[in-house]
Ligand binder design. Structure first.
Ligand code: HAM
Length: 419
């Protein structure tokens, strides 16, 4: 029969890759815990309206990339393309702000965007997402980025570049948008079809277009840092000043706009040459209007998402073999011995010993071969004969020595194997 393969852009993470993912998750949780960031788990499916309103109707994500379908209940649902909108939805829905408007939340999991798959770009990818809510102070922006750089450093990433920009606010951005629109209208002929359409819907998205002619055109366009209001300017200056205080190197990228509409003021990305074309390993920024826009109180926020798949691809392969070798293999010869082995095997596991056995009733030779292949430190050899006198042979697989052990006494066996 024909094989059924996975969906394009969706992939399996196989057992020899998962130890890396587990190690990162463990480290991330430990660091988040130290920084007082709590875990929130949110659904994969949300009402489509959440992302339309949250991310913005005229963004690539919402216009072209969402997995949206009409549910049997006649409601449009979407597989989350990012986590921020969902985290805020949960924060509002459960009135978390009433308990304490300051919330520091993280969530780790799969996201879905129907982009063109290529190296480092998938349709199902994973993010490590952090949101700090309820704090507007620019020192928070610096603190968040500083923690992020520390975290990536602890995970073993090198040569990271933190790029920052300010995207202004609702007060100063309209004037900038108008300026950019005017500039680009005069050069409309040089823009790709998509960007000509964006000129009417969301001109700032043109900064992100990969088309060479659009890139060249936009390179002469006005930049937002020249238009931000006094308060945004002061905020931005304080952010860079406090990054310096915390010794976090950063560069200002005056053309960075980010691909989601909710950002205000600080926006940032972490890139690395190691990733090639898809060079962003993290993106984030401040979103002071988003909570209100999604029906909540006027609470400010800032956060980031690390591309987990990209992060993993940057880690070296050294030290990644997780030790899943069984401590003991139980080679049983004969039906009665198999029955006893089954019981001992499961008793040992409950006592925290990694035990394995063979159910196929193979010869001693082939069972020993399997024990060797699994690299167990010990093999317990039980034959029907041994059961009668309650002993079995325990073989040390390293030095080949063998000793009789009492199989009625699980405690003694555990001691030998772990000792
Ligand atoms: P984003 O820049 O769209 O931001 O995504 C963050 C990171 O996710 C990217 O830097 C990249 O590493 C990874 N990523 C995005 N798309 C893909 C893909 N198709 N395949 C593999 N990796 C991908 C956000 O999602 C915002 N929600 C971040 C945020 C949180 N802002 C504030 N809070």
């Amino acid at each position: 029969m024909a094989k059924i393969t996975s969906v394009r852009g969706f992939r399996d993470i196989l057992p020899d890759e998962t130890p890396k993912w587990q190690r990162v998750e463990e480290k991330v949780r430990e660091i988040f815990f130290n920084f007082g960031i709590q875990e929130i788990r949110i659904p994969i499916l949300e009402k489509t309206e959440l992302f339309k309103r949250g991310i913005g109707e005229a963004t690539d994500i919402v216009e072209k990339e969402m997995y949206t379908f009409l549910d049997r209940g006649n409601e449009y649902l979407t597989m989350r393309p990012e986590a921020t909108a969902s985290v805020i939805r949960a924060y509002i829905e459960h009135n978390l702000y009433e308990k304490d408007p300051v919330a520091k939340l993280f969530t780790i999991g799969p996201m879905f965007r129907r982009e063109r798959p290529q190296k480092g770009r998938f349709r199902q990818f994973h993010q490590i997402n952090v949101e700090f809510l309820g704090q507007e102070d620019p020192r928070i922006d610096a603190e968040l980025m500083s923690m992020l750089m520390y975290l990536l450093g602890e995970l073993g990433l090198k040569e990271l570049k933190l790029e920052i920009n300010s995207l202004g606010c609702d007060i100063c951005r309209p004037a900038f948008r108008e300026k950019v629109t005017g500039f680009l209208k005069d050069r409309e002929g040089k823009l790709c079809e998509d960007c000509r359409r964006r000129l009417g819907t969301n001109p700032l998205r043109i900064f992100d277009c990969k088309n060479e002619s659009c890139q060249e055109t936009i390179s002469g366009a006005p930049v937002i840092l020249d238009f931000i209001c006094g308060e945004c300017k002061e905020h931005f200056e304080k952010v860079t000043e406090h990054l310096e205080i915390l010794s976090v190197p950063s560069v200002i990228n005056r053309r960075m706009v980010r691909g989601l509409d909710y950002y205000t003021r600080t926006a940032f990305e972490i890139t690395t040459q190691a990733l090639g074309a898809q060079n962003a390993v993290t993106g984030g920024g401040r979103y002071d209007g988003l909570v209100q826009m999604l029906g909540g109180p006027a609470v400010s926020g800032i956060g980031f998402a690390i591309g987990f798949d990209r992060l993993i691809s940057m880690l070296s392969d050294a030290d990644e073999e997780s030790d899943v070798r069984p401590n003991i293999f139980i080679a049983a010869l004969g039906d009665e011995a198999q029955g006893r082995a089954f019981f001992i095997c499961n008793t040992l596991r409950r006592a925290g010993i990694r035990a394995e056995m063979d159910f196929a009733g193979r010869s001693l030779k082939s069972q020993m071969k399997r024990a060797n292949k699994l690299s167990c430190s010990h093999t317990l050899i039980i034959g029907d004969k041994e059961i009668d006198d309650g002993t079995a042979q325990l073989r040390n697989m390293q030095d080949g020595t063998q000793e009789p052990v009492n199989i009625q006494d699980a405690g003694a066996l555990i001691q030998i194997v772990t000792g």
